[in-house]
Structures are given as C-alpha cells and as structure tokens.
Design a protein around this ligand. Sequence first.
Ligand code: UDP
Length: 318
Amino acid sequence: MAIVAGGAGFLGSHLCTRLIDDGYRVHAVDDFHTGLAGNLDHLADHPDFVLMDHDIRQPLPRIGGVTEVYNLACPASPPHYQDQPIRTATTSVVGTLNLLELAHDLGARFLMTSTSEIYGDPEVHPQPESYRGCVNTIGPRACYDEGKRMAESLCYDFVRQYQTDVRVARVFNTYGPRMRLDDGRIVSNFVAQALTGRKLTIYGTGRQTRSFCYVDDLIEGLVRLMRVNPRPEGPVNIGNPEEHTIIEMAHLIGRLTGREISLTHDPLPADDPRRRRPDITLARRLLGWQPTVPRRTGGAATSAWFAGQMDNAGGTPP
Ligand code: UDP
C-alpha cells in the first residue's frame, strides 16, 4: 500500500493511476490548494483507492499497512508557489518532516520529489546531481527552491539518524495531460494562447532554455527510484535532456497545435534560471531509465488535453 501526498495534482494523479494499475492500494492525500479532485474522478469508485483531504503541514494519521510514501505535495508553478510563499516553504519543510516521521513510524520507504530548482540559476551545464546549485536565498523563488533544499536535507538527516529508507528525485520540467489550464507555466500558457489565437508571451529574450519530460516518462522514473535496490545514496535527476530555448518552444507548440503563432515579449521574472538541462547519467546507470516518449506523441496528447479543457471552459482562456 502506498501513500501519495499531492495525489490530486498533475504528477500525483498520474502516479496514483500507475500504482493502482500495478495492483497497489493507494491512499492519496491532498489539500486541494492547487490539486483538483477532478484529476482523480476515474479512481473515485475504485475499491483500492482512498482520497483524503489533508494539509501535510499538519501531522498525518497513522495508516497501517503502508510500505511506500511518496511526497509530491507542493505547488510547482512559479506564479502559484509565489502567491503564498510562506505556505509554499512550510509545505516543503514542515510537510516533508511530517511525512518522513510517518514513514519512519511505519517502517515505509519514502520518496521525495525534489526539483531542478535546487540548482537555481546554474553555473554548471548540464546539471549533475553533484552540482550544489546557485540559489538566491532571499529572492521570490526561494520559498520553493530553499523549501525543497531543506526537504532534501531532512531526508538525509532521517537516513543518518534513523536509517529511514529515503529516495530523492530531482524532477525537471514536466508536461502532459492534467496540467491546469491556469497553471501559469510555459506549456499551458503557450498552448492556451495558441489555441485562442493570442500572441505567445515570451518572458525576456526567450533565449533561456528548459528541458521538458513527458509525464509518463517521469512517473516511470519515480516508480523505478522507489523500487530500486539498493537505495541510491543521494538524489537522482529525473528529466529529459532534450533542451530548447523558449523561442523554440513557442514554434514547437505552434506546430503541435497546428496554429499560426505570433510572439510578444514581457519582462523576465526575477531570478529566472537562464538554462536548465538534466545530466541523467545516474538515472540511466542506477535505474536503467531514460525518457522514451517521442515529443510528437507527448505533445499531441497534451495539446488534445488542453483543447478539451478549453471546450469545457467555453473557449475562455485562463
Ligand atoms: N516563460 C515564458 N512565457 C510564459 C511562461 C514562462 O517565456 O508564458 C518562460 C519563463 O520565463 C522561464 C521558462 O519559460 O524562462 C519556463 O518557465 P515556467 O514558468 O514554465 O517554469 P520554470 O522552469 O521557470 O519553473
């Protein structure tokens, strides 16, 4: 049996589905701050699925029979996590502490979804796990970056102090169905803008880069990391090393949606990382994992998802 904290979120809901498909009993936990109950509608009547409305900043009830605890609970989109920064920081720090204590108490494995954001605006490219990062500790992104960094520290404190079986994934940019239409990140913004014939908003020059992993590949990486023996000693990057500039992303999304696009430039947000690309040597070696879903397949599924969301919203852009 597994607990999935953040189970109603974009990644969490895909993980719940995967674990149910694998025959697990799944206890999803979410406070619905950014997660959506609708993401789990397809599991609502499943006999092995439970959804609990709970904020992980509060201690969790002891749930017997749990062997795996996944922590995916935290807003991950910059506008969302910066909207209530104290809540974001404490969700990562206090929330992770509560989940680690639960895992320790239950003798369960614990998997933390950390983030590529812990590398900040990196001076090393691509980023291997050994790179310690370049984060502005007092900037607007710090609530997320430093919250996740502290969560990583707590994970390895539990290893040192209690020998808890802890695994840490550093998740890079991910895309796919069940992203919120109002997510505020590049993929949802660009697809919604393309589908409604608006200009795509390029922040800054658009020469900054990101590397995007399809959600199914990402979930496969997380599951492998949870199940691998022995436990990797440190964090493992999970992401797609295929790197694109933001301008390239705009044209890619134009092609995927089949729309003519035009661009407009908005100011670059503070501390926006200039480049990001995972070194996945460790994931390849320890987990036998690498992304396999072609960009065209992932892009088509994502574009279809957003088109459906737009129809449901009566064609209204976010
Ligand atoms: N970005 C952009 N236009 C948008 C949204 C994002 O140019 O409408 C840029 C943003 O400045 C950043 C990159 O796209 O350089 C990825 O931003 P996102 O918010 O998706 O995630 P991040 O990787 O920064 O957490």
